[in-house]
Design a protein around this ligand. Structure first.
Ligand code: OMP
Length: 223
């Protein structure tokens, strides 16, 4: 497995900004993880601009994914979809340069323009969902429901990190399940394997973290 330069830059940047941290964290699933990825810590203009470029790089690495709208599920997906389309406008593949974006409200608005989607309408369009992390897949399935009820098509999903963990009931990861059940491509800027490889390359204190992550992977990793 070859770590691309943008992936190496992304991991280094996520560690420096405290987005990727090491310790003991209890996940939504109840698992105790030696690392956590907190996208909410991309909280400055400069870091938001950069994260958009990493998502754009991951999307551009898959020219086969054709989409009209980048959709960011509330709340964490809202700045992510905006920064991603801005980055695509300058660095995306030709067909990805001028794409639309939208996001949902958590509570539908019953006055003014009404509805629960802000930005580009979804109906009849091919939608690329941008999100932070998929672990068990609960959050992403909500987005899939929104797209289905809007009579739109799910073209793909892009996340910052694929934790490569199996779901509760199968040996597949939530991402693998989505790919198999819906035929939907899921792209990650980096995977857990990429992070472990990066940490091993760095050695020292960071290298020591790789061992704990591999141990976690042995316990909870997807097939
Ligand atoms: P699922 O909805 O189970 O797929 O979990 C995704 C959510 O877990 C994210 O949207 C976060 O709220 C949270 N999470 C992280 O943000 N970073 C992690 O490294 C791990 C989790 C998690 O709890 O699994």
């Amino acid at each position: 497995m070859v770590l691309e330069q943008y992936q190496r830059d992304f991991i280094s940047f996520a560690i420096a900004d405290g987005v990727l941290s090491f310790g003991e964290f209890t996940l939504k699933s109840g698992r105790k993880s030696p690392y956590f990825f907190n996208a909410g810590k991309f909280n400055s203009g400069a870091s938001l601009a950069k994260i958009g470029q990493y998502y754009a790089a991951a999307i551009s690495s898959r020219a086969d994914i054709e989409f009209d709208v980048v959709f960011g599920p509330a709340y964490k997906g809202i700045p992510l979809c905006a920064t991603t389309v801005i980055a695509l406008a300058t660095t995306g593949n030709e067909s990805q340069r001028d794409v639309l974006y939208s996001f949902n409200r958590k509570e539908a608005k019953d006055h003014g323009e009404g509805g629960s989607i802000v930005g580009a309408a979804l109906k009849g369009r091919r939608i690329l969902v941008v999100d932070d992390v998929i672990t068990a897949g609960t959050a992403i399935r909500e987005s899939m429901d929104i797209i289905r009820s809007a009579e739109a098509t799910l073209a793909g999903v892009v996340v910052a990190i694929d934790r490569q963990e199996r779901g509760r009931d199968s040996s597949l990861s939530a991402i693998q399940e989505i790919e198999r059940q819906h035929g939907t491509p899921v792209v990650a800027v980096v995977t857990l394997d990429n992070v472990v490889e990066y940490l091993q390359e760095q050695g020292g204190e960071l290298g020591a973290m790789a061992g704990a992550m591999e141990e976690y992977r042995r316990e909870y990793g997807a097939a």
